[in-house]
Ligand binder design. Structure first.
Ligand code: NAD
Ligand code: DAU
Length: 365
């Protein structure tokens, strides 16, 4: 939609203007697709800085939708954020923009402080200023991670909404800090906040630095499959569209001021998951059984590597009736099929070619 037709107002015929941050990234693009298609009277403004992880190709199929607008802005830039608020006057915010990769946080922690902490506080300040105490009907939804709870060591234990925070990596410390700021603004300024913490996502459009797309891409190109340490760490995997559905449910019907944990009760030891993926890839690529697994290479462990994450999603299931719609078998097959059908996407994001293209296209936006 043309921005100048709705300067500072909810556009005519629309019931909401929802600012989604990070909508050109992995989870954000799936969420925006769902909101744009399921809620034609909601105007979705996708605010994204288009970092290495943000890619407008992820939004190409809904870019022309009448209830969708893209706004290039960096959440670390308070003035740019204020300009977006002044122009689009959002009724709600769903905040996903973040630096999201643990290994990068170990290399460059300050990037995580700036985007995840300072950027979140900038967004809270902008919401506070522009909503000016008129909070009725508004929501500031902060999307967070289960990593804020640290690492589980006792078998059979799970993270719940009451688990104490114990972040162990610069990434999880920055997300924990942002969660604390969101709750503090809810308490202090009565900002209408709501939060969720989700387990590991997988699915189409995930940047191939994360475990599952990295392994798929490396099998596809015959490169080693780097398994950290002994591969004994456990993650709880959820298909990305089921995370998007959970966010939609919480946004619609969750209780303000509360937190919801999202997970699909689907724990895998890394090495088992990689073997499982290798078998699937052998089948999909018509390789001899066991061929992909020959690429598995054990490498130096991640510093401070969390042993196990596992979510108890009982509150979300009980109060909001959410359940995953996709089994792990179905989700993994859809994911592999998508990556195998989208070789050019993989090549462009790994070469960085898309960066030059979009930097040029949006330099004056
Ligand atoms: P991603 O890295 O794929 O995408 C992040 C998006 O944020 C990109 O489009 C990027 O351009 C944008 N962005 C980064 N810095 C920005 C800035 N300064 N200003 C504006 N935009 C900026 O991340 P993801 O995996 O889709 O994760 C999205 C959110 O969900 C994050 O907050 C993350 O912590 C959380 N989360 C992720 C997972 C997971 O498994 N991936 C699980 C639970 C929670
Ligand atoms: O739990 C939610 C979190 O899941 C999100 O908040 C993060 O944004 C997301 O990146 C993810 O964090 P992880 O560190 O768990 O994901 P990653 O895909 O990087 O790694 C998954 C596991 O696989 C982890 O135990 C490390 C291991 N691993 C990862 C890579 C990239 C390897 O063994 N080899 C690898 O090359």
């Amino acid at each position: 939609m043309q921005a100048d037709t709705w300067q500072g107002q909810v556009p005519f015929g629309m019931s909401k203007s929802i600012l989604v941050t990070g909508g050109a990234g992995f989870i954000g693009s799936h969420l925006v697709r769902r909101l744009v298609s399921q809620h034609p009277t909601w105007h979705i403004i996708n605010l994204d800085a288009l970092t290495y992880a943000g890619n407008l190709e992820n939004c190409a199929d809904f870019a022309q939708a009448p209830n969708y607008t893209f706004a290039k802005a960096d959440i670390t830039d308070a003035a740019a954020l204020e300009a977006v608020f002044a122009q689009y006057n959002p009724t709600d915010i769903i905040h996903l923009a973040a630096e999201s990769h643990v290994d990068r946080s170990i290399e460059a922690p300050m990037d995580f402080v700036l985007t995840n902490v300072v950027g979140t506080v900038n967004l809270l300040n902008a919401a506070r200023k522009y909503w000016a105490g008129a909070f009725e009907g508004k929501r500031f939804y902060h999307v967070s991670t289960d990593e804020v709870f640290g690492s589980l060591h006792q078998p059979g234990t799970f993270f719940t909404e009451t688990t104490a925070y114990d972040p162990q990596s610069p990434y999880s410390a920055s997300k924990a800090s942002s969660d604390h700021f969101v709750r503090a603004y809810g308490n202090t300024y009565k900002l209408p906040v709501i939060l969720s913490n989700c387990s590991n996502n997988y699915g189409p459009n995930q940047f191939p630095e994360k475990l599952i797309p990295l392994m798929i891409n490396n099998i596809r190109t015959g490169k080693p499959l780097p398994v950290y340490g002994e591969g004994i760490n456990v993650r709880d995997w959820l298909y990305v569209e089921d995370h998007a559905i959970a966010i939609e449910r919480i946004f619609l019907d969750g209780n303000l001021g509360e937190t919801y944990l999202i997970g699909g009760l689907n724990e895998w030891k890394n090495i088992d998951l990689v073997h499982h993926l290798c078998q699937l890839m052998d089948r999909k690529l018509n390789l001899t059984e066991g061929q992909s697994a020959k690429l598995i290479t054990f490498v130096k462990d991640r510093a401070g590597h969390d042993l196990r994450y596992a979510i108890d999603p009982a509150k979300l299931q009980r109060e909001l009736g959410w359940q995953p719609t996709v089994t792990f078998e179905q989700g993994l097959e859809k994911t592999v099929d998508w990556y195998l059908a989208n070789g050019p996407w993989l090549e462009s994001v790994t070469s960085g070619a898309y960066r030059a293209y979009y930097d040029k296209q949006y330099q004056t936006a």
